[in-house]
Write a protein that binds this ligand. Structure first.
Ligand SMILES: [Zn+2]
Length: 357
């Protein structure tokens, strides 16, 4: 098996280009890509050049009204983008947003985000199409992982839930039976949980189940406190089944100072996934490989958990070995990661992987 890195440079979003003052550094995928070129001769890079891909079937996981807003007019679409990045305060003033500094039209960002959503499925299919090889195929997409995006709108810098959408498409279009989602971003995968739970309740176009196929088993290991878990105003305004408090099948909260137990708790969680899977063979795994648990992450809301680079590598290798032990093909998504050091986590993991395969 040759690990694949899927690099989609034309569709990277650099927040500053749109006057958005959030440390989403557009060069993160480039830095990871350059490190793979330099340090990982056993890893293949697939670069995307197509720009005319079809619109993803968003209706599988998002409400008709939200999809309508995105497609109806530039005005309604930009409003959704503003919600996504939390750019407007309750009093109508701008938050972390200075349109005067923009060098590109924000609708360009929307187009890129649509394409990144499709990119997750394209990357997943690269692994899916090799699902019978051993060791199991893994594809690392330098994009995707929008786990806060909810059924009826964006949330937490996430516009479209490419993770849940890819899982639903693998079930609907490719006949997948059992899919594991392993989310190690520092924030809880609340939007994904909301969507998976709605699917189990029969409220979405693709019905999934608990204990029989098709099934999505989602694990989220995250900060025990902090965004979005402490957003009480959000929690109060929603029912039990809605983000941010919608439960994943397996939620593991890590308290500040408990970093040494992070990997052991993750491994215990993966054992629980196995128990929930019974004797069924999993068809596919989606790894939401956020870099924001890293101690050098640049986002204030990720500061309650500080894994060292070595702990991040140990985390990712534990997932990789778990998936290989059970012969599960996988797509990995970069997800959260802020500031100028965010690229280091995936680069270090891929280097380690290169040295092992
Ligand atoms: Zn995050």
């Amino acid at each position: 098996m040759t690990p694949i890195v899927y690099y989609d440079k034309p569709h990277q979003v650099n927040a500053a280009d749109y006057g958005i003052e959030i440390p989403i550094v557009g060069s993160r995928p480039d830095m990871i890509h350059d490190s793979v070129i330099q340090n990982c001769p056993k890893i293949e890079i697939v670069s995307e050049t197509r720009i005319d891909t079809p619109r993803p079937p968003l209706e599988l996981v998002h409400s008709a009204e939200f999809v309508h807003n995105l497609l109806d007019s530039k005005e309604t679409a930009i409003k959704e983008l503003m919600k996504c990045y939390e750019l407007i305060n309750d009093d109508g003033s701008f938050n972390r947003y200075n349109p005067a500094n923009a060098i590109a039209d924000p609708t360009e960002a929307l187009g890129k985000m649509f394409r990144q959503c499709e990119g997750t499925y394209i990357a997943a299919k690269m692994a899916w199409d090799k699902k019978n090889i051993s060791p199991a195929q893994m594809v690392y997409y330098l994009g995707g992982g929008q786990h806060h995006a909810r059924i009826d709108g964006p949330s937490g810098f996430c516009l479209l839930n490419d993770i849940a959408l890819t899982a639903m498409r693998l079930i609907k279009e490719d006949g997948a039976g059992l899919i594991w989602i392993i989310d190690v971003d520092v924030h809880k995968g609340d939007g994904t949980a909301e969507i998976v739970n709605a699917s189990v309740r029969g409220e979405l176009p693709v019905q999934t189940y608990i204990g029989k196929n098709p099934e999505i088993i989602n694990l989220s290991i995250h900060m025990a406190r902090g965004w979005p878990l402490d957003r009480e105003e959000l929690a109060k305004s929603n029912g039990q089944n809605c983000a941010p408090i919608a439960p994943s099948r397996i939620d593991i909260g890590i308290e500040s100072g408990d970093e040494a137990n992070y990997v052991p708790k993750l491994k215990a969680g993966m054992d629980t996934i196995l128990g929930y899977s019974g004797n069924r063979k999993p068809d596919f795994a989606i790894v939401v490989d956020g870099a924001d648990p890293y101690e050098k992450d640049g986002l204030p809301s990720s500061a309650l958990l500080k894994l060292s680079l070595e702990q991040c590598i140990e985390r990712d290798m534990a997932i990789y070995h778990f998936l290989q032990a059970h012969k599960v093909p996988s797509v990995w998504l970069t997800s959260g990661g802020y500031g100028n050091a965010a690229w280091e986590v995936a680069a270090a993991f891929l280097k380690k992987l290169n040295d092992e395969v």
